[in-house]
Design a protein around this ligand. Structure first.
Ligand code: C5P
Length: 222
């Protein structure tokens, strides 16, 4: 059976993982959250007080780090060296440093190799920043999800409120805009829409509507 690849890229908090998870479940494919991998390395680097400006050190740290993405029910759990870090990798401290950690070529080469390996034996929905442009250039379906910064900040705000936190909308907005800027301006595999990716503006679409569009695109290519 031919393996199928769906690549979903886009800026921070555009809803990639939410729709990717549902689409993967519906299709019976594996969902791979590449952002969680960069977050995992960032988490470990902070914990071990590794110099975040030293790409070579970060790559060495990564060589000694096992990152496991485990499908569980509707969600996914993330383990770093067998420690459950699912919640911790979403903390603001990790979010604030992940773009720096993921800017180093050595780090990215190793991450991309792990990501490609995961997609070797099964059909996948993979989300990130460079999936359609770099990790899976032959993906049959490529989506570039966008939404206004305001809408993305509000979604994050509600998400954090549901978790019982007391977020500030302004600081969420600033953090999202800053992360996008760093991801778009880095030299290695910056965030950019692949030429053959379909742009979907989700600002005024519901989760179900976005998923429906993606499933429709997959159906057309199957
Ligand atoms: O997807 P998420 O927002 O969790 O990604 C966190 C960060 O990881 C991004 O802001 C980006 O710096 C980095 N990332 C990346 N390439 C990917 C996925 C994520 O550089 N494929």
């Amino acid at each position: 059976e031919r393996l199928f690849q769906v690549a979903i890229d886009g800026p921070a908090a555009a809803g990639k993982s939410t729709v990717a998870k549902i689409a993967a479940k519906t299709l019976g494919y594996i969902y791979i959250d590449t952002g969680a991998m960069y977050r995992s390395l960032t988490y470990k680097a902070l914990k071990t007080e590794t110099d975040l400006n030293d790409g070579h050190l970060l790559k060495q740290l990564l060589d000694h780090t096992e990152i496991d993405l485990v499908q569980e029910g509707d969600g996914q759990k993330v383990f770093v060296d067998h420690e459950d870090v699912t919640e911790r990798i979403r903390y603001p401290e990790v979010s604030a440093h992940v773009s720096l950690v993921s800017s180093f070529e050595e780090v990215r080469v190793e991450m991309v190799s792990r990501q490609r390996k995961m997609a070797e034996s099964c059909s996948v929905v993979m989300d990130g920043r460079d999936i359609g442009t770099h990790v899976l250039p032959n993906a049959q379906v490529k989506i570039f999800l966008i939404a206004s910064v305001d809408e993305r900040a509000i979604r994050r705000f509600r998400e954090e409120e549901r978790k019982g936190l007391q977020p500030s909308l302004e600081s969420l907005k600033e953090a999202i805009a800053l992360r996008d800027k760093k991801d778009m301006e880095r030299e290695v595999s910056p965030l950019v829409k692949a030429e053959d990716a379909i742009a979907l503006d989700t600002t005024s679409l519901s989760i179900d509507e976005v998923v429906e569009k993606i499933l429709q695109l997959v159906k057309e290519k199957q």
